[in-house]
Design a protein around this ligand. Structure first.
Ligand code: HEM
Length: 133
């Protein structure tokens, strides 16, 4: 049987362009958070140095999109929900997260229809993290 030499992308991670594009989205997301007052409440919840977050969110999103799973395997038991256990997430701040991520994806080279699906799924994730006061 003849083997195909090129294969169509099979995961969202491959479809969006892999780690370079994931990193571009994440860097844009935290740049917006640092530079635009629309995300001031969200910024205030984070530590002064956002570089560990740039790296961690890149790893998480890569795995979430079906790419390398290192974020989960390098620290067994690591959980995104427990990482937010002590974070006061109200509807306004979840809305800032979703808006900044939607904008960061929109500014990236991701194909618009796929980007819209990705932004919608991540916005739902943010909404589901809202805590009852
Ligand atoms: C809903 C609104 C959200 C708020 C207010 C929020 C806030 C935070 C804060 C304050 C931290 C700790 C950062 C620090 O120490 O500087 C954090 C960590 C993190 N957040 Fe969020 N977050 C939200 C939603 C999300 C969503 C939807 C995702 C994933 C799609 C996400 C992924 C992460 C990751 C991967 C970490 C780092 C965890 C680790 O390295 O152990 N966050 N977040």
């Amino acid at each position: 049987m003849q083997q195909a030499t090129t294969q169509a992308p099979t995961t969202p991670y491959e479809m969006i362009g892999g780690m370079d594009v994931v990193g571009e989205i994440v860097n844009r997301f935290y740049d917006l958070m640092e530079q635009d007052a629309a995300y001031a409440k969200l910024r205030a919840l984070h530590a002064e140095d956002l570089s560990p977050m740039r790296s961690s969110l890149t790893g998480f999103l890569a795995a979430w999109l079906g790419g390398p799973n290192d974020w989960f395997t390098e620290r067994p038991g690591r959980c995104m929900m427990s990482a937010h256990r002590d974070v006061a997430i109200d509807p306004a701040v979840a809305g800032e997260w979703a808006a900044a991520m939607t904008r960061a994806i929109g500014d990236s080279p991701v194909e618009p229809a796929l980007g819209a699906k990705m932004a919608e799924a991540l916005s739902s994730l943010a909404t589901n993290m809202i805590k009852r006061q």
